[in-house]
Design a protein around this ligand. Sequence first.
Ligand SMILES: Cc1ncc(COP(=O)(O)O)c(C=O)c1O
Length: 426
Amino acid sequence: MTALAKNFSVSPDAPSERNRRGYDVERIRADFPILHQKVHGHPLVYLDNAATSQKPRQVIDAIVRYYERDNANIHRGVHYLSEKATEGYEGARKTVQEFINAGDCREIIFVRSTTEAINLVAQTYVRQNLRAGDEVLITAMEHHSDIVPWQMICQEKNAKLQVAPINEDGELILEEFERLLNPRTKIVAVAHLSNALGTINPLRQIIDLAHAKNVPVMVDGAQAAPRLPVDVRELDCDFYAFSGHKIYGPTGIGVLYGKLPLLEAMPPYQGGGDMISSVAFERTVYNKVPHKFEAGTPDISGPIGLRAALEYINRLGIENIERHEHDLLEYATKRVSALPGIKLIGTAKQKAGVLSFVMDGVHPHDVGTILDQQGIAIRTGHHCAQPVMQRFGVPATARASFGLYNTKEEIDALVSGIKKVQEVFG
Ligand SMILES: Cc1ncc(COP(=O)(O)O)c(C=O)c1O
């Protein structure tokens, strides 16, 4: 640990003092070892947070501690280490429950990722309820993870995937969404925050409209959970999914929240150990929720690392992170859109985290490559949202996405980098 990190790491026991003093980004950056390196001779400027975020030392330490001190299989053991590991795993469930304000721990299912959470709902709840001629309603701004699982189950069941359109700014057209809701709609699936456009969807309105027609709503919270407060009870969503690796936690762990009565009525997703209460060749009785959905030995260090990440966010305050990223996005939008030959893709009134753009005469991949030579990491491509690219008539975009540790100086570096790209191609 650097001297800076030792002196300034975000202290577990000083949240209120820190909030009074304000958001100290330099102090926060000291907690992220990976940020303090040079790439191609330049200080790293990491602006690819929508793809995955970096991990604070607190998360890395929690995982190392688990393997050094507590590693054992969970639930089945009576020995000391097994109890410690189980406590860590189930304690993480409680932390997640509180983080999204779910009413009950049993409503939190550990999965691999947002992708797995959506597949789980498609293959259990929707498989059970979808008949030929029924419909699944999504929006035109969804990530492939929130398209393909629905497409697969619709194909299998001879049902129809309906897509609510978006406008030129990348906002959902609510009237069209409402028009597409009908008695055949069996579920609505919608991103809380679009990874390609940065649009924040009006979830309360969407959920109220769907519920008025008795349609449950699954929210893809992969991009929202790291940067916006999430309260599943206030939202009244039926399912909510997010990934550990985008919220400063490890890869390989994700969360599915589901309302308890829905989860209890759903069939299991996979069969195996731990998801049963008794097995005989004639008949197996499944375990209770949430274990019914967690077959086999799970990723144990994953929830432990995720818990450390959520505790880290809690100490900073998600509202403070939201405000910080909002300021960064405003600043970046002003500076980048003022450059000649740049067009922003995604100009919704309610936005967070993401600045997607195209540059006249230069392919986004070239933008990304020249920025990389200056140590600046952004993402270029279709961002797993090819229908969004088609909607805006572009093959790809360049996307800068912000995290809790980014600074205005880094945005200045991005702007200088873009100017350099323009010089090269000028
Ligand atoms: C909006 C959105 N949904 C879903 C996903 C899939 O997340 P994961 O790959 O962690 O399952 C992503 C990842 O980029 C995303 O941005």
